[in-house]
Design a protein around this ligand. Structure first.
Ligand code: BES
Ligand code: MN
Ligand code: ZN
Length: 500
């Protein structure tokens, strides 16, 4: 899909559809006002008769508008009654517009929605959000359909209109960022949606090599099981033992900062299928455990988007990748393994495998002398119970880092919510036979999982994002969401702003 930023009048530009906002009760945005005049009052007439719904995110499509108007359709989007929109309302409006355009038959459109006033957000943000919402609306995953059925008239081109020439450059900045984030989100969604047999640890390693081809600025290194053995990664390797697919530790390095600045390290859980292992999961919805590499997918998406934007930062992406399957050689409940850190772990439940692979990757992360480390993982069902499908669970050993991530999520519309990491929780993972157990009791499962990881991240500032509830949707529209790529991109973009 093509995007473009322009200036011009809604009645004079030629297009298949022009998109404008109207608020309750009958407040026309400037572009809507102009179209109303040019159509000899058609919009006000329709409003008067109740034929345009001005509720927030409601859309009305007008074919062949009257008067001297160069466009074939007008899409009126309701903006509700507030004079200033909340960022969330604007996102709803621009998403609704994108969905409606996609089924309108128009293959190109002009959007005047950036003229709407949004609280605490600037033009660049509005443009970025418009791009992300439009790309989200056109995303489809039909890689494995033998006969893909694309929409007959898909939206191919969106021109985003701004007030004057001065605004064009700002808007183009927002557009560029929006496209990069959307590309990152798409990559994360594609990887997440691929089934376990077509997205193995080796496939993920190939994906990293492919990224290096597109972005030569990246350095990619794949550690094999023998390398991991040498490093003493007994915990990660214990999970891989149950699988015939060799585990991979994927390392992607991007140096965009001219200084020798300490990098941000992202560590993404890459369990390409989680059956639970010997502590096997029940059959219902087990297919969804192909999404257990969505943390890894978000690292791929973020690294790729950062490279696309040539952000002036140093970034390392680390992905421990393995399957978790039951086998004659698989770990058994009660087994004790030694992690790369030297700490021993009693595996009381083989289904708590995410933390077992992350702990060794987190120890390895210290080699890069990180400024901060953020791990991203579909780690616990307990996090879904706590926060549902709306917020990522955030836990951290550094409040400033936690605050920066929370703020980034807020700005990006990809929110996280913090949970505490108190000593009381840490006590829940004590073991009779080893330094720690890999599970606690039934309570506070999201936090005890983070407490486990915290024992491996004492040497640097670290945050953990539990994305079990947000990384994919179940039900009819089942599929990966690409979250939290928008949050991570916002977090990294803010760091470049702070530095300058
Ligand atoms: N990948 C799962 C977590 C998960 C479960 C994500 C459901 C999304 C939906 C993880 O490996 C797991 O199995 N965790 C266990 C931990 C338990 C054994 C302490 C869980 O949450 O049940
Ligand atoms: Mn599991
Ligand atoms: Zn898992």
């Amino acid at each position: 899909m093509d995007f473009n930023v322009k200036t011009g009048d809604p009645d004079k530009l030629r297009s298949a559809c022009v998109v404008v906002g109207v608020s309750t009760p009958r407040r026309l945005s400037p572009a809507a006002e102009r179209l109303d005049k040019a159509s000899r009052g058609q919009l006000r007439e329709l409003l008067k008769h109740g034929d345009i719904d001005t509720g927030c995110g409601k859309t009305t499509l007008i074919h062949n508008p009257k008067g001297r108007i160069e466009t074939a359709r007008i899409l009126v989007v309701g903006c509700g009654k507030d004079k200033k929109l909340s960022p969330k309302a604007f996102t709803e409006i621009t998403s609704a517009a994108a969905e409606a355009l996609q089924s309108s038959g128009a293959t190109d459109a002009l959007s005047y929605l950036t003229e709407l006033n949004v609280e605490e957000r600037d033009l660049a943000w509005k443009v970025q959000r418009t791009v992300e919402a439009s790309r989200d609306a056109v995303y489809r995953f039909d890689e494995f359909k033998s006969e893909a059925k694309p929409p007959k008239h898909p939206l191919r081109k969106l021109r985003i209109l701004v007030g004057d020439r001065d605004a064009v450059n700002t808007a183009k900045e927002g557009m560029k960022r929006g496209i990069a984030v959307a590309n990152g989100v798409d990559l994360a969604r594609v990887l997440g949606n691929r089934p376990g047999n077509r997205c193995t640890p080796s496939d993920l390693a190939d994906q990293a090599r492919a990224l290096k081809k597109t972005h030569p600025a990246l350095n990619v290194r794949i550690l094999e099981e023998k390398d991991m053995t040498k490093l003493g990664m007994g915990s990660l390797l214990s999970v891989a033992r149950g699988s015939r697919q060799p585990a991979k530790l994927i390392v992607m390095q991007y140096n965009g900062s001219e200084t020798s600045e300490n990098p941000v390290v992202l560590v993404g859980k890459g369990v390409t299928f989680d059956s639970g292992g010997i502590s096997i999961k029940p059959g219902a919805a087990m297919d969804e455990m192909k999404f257990d590499m969505c943390g890894a997918a978000s690292v791929f998406g973020t690294v790729s988007a950062v490279a696309e934007l040539s952000l002036p930062i140093n970034l390392v992406g680390i992905v421990p990748a393995t399957e978790n399957l039951p086998d004659g050689d698989a770990s058994k409940p009660g087994d004790i393994v030694t992690s790369m850190s030297g700490q021993t772990i009693e595996i009381l439940n083989t289904d708590a495998e995410g933390r077992l692979i992350l702990c060794d990757a987190l120890t390895y992360a210290d080699k890069f002398d990180p400024d901060v480390v953020v791990d991203i993982a579909t780690l616990t069902g307990a996090c879904v119970v706590a926060l549902g499908h709306h917020a990522t669970g955030l836990m951290s050993n550094d409040q400033a880092l936690a605050d920066a991530l929370l703020a980034a999520g807020q700005t990006a519309g990809d929110r996280a919510w913090q949970l505490p990491l108190w000593d009381e929780y840490d006590e829940q993972i004590s073991s009779n036979f080893a330094d720690m157990a890999n599970i606690g009791d039934r309570s506070a499962g999201a936090i005890t999982a983070a407490s486990f990881l915290a024992r491996f991240t004492k040497d640097y500032r670290w945050a953990h994002l539990d994305i079990a509830g947000v990384a994919w949707k179940s039900g009819k529209a089942k599929g990966a969401t690409g979250r939290p790529v928008p949050l991570l991109m916002q977090f990294l973009a803010e760091r470049t702003r702070d530095a300058s």
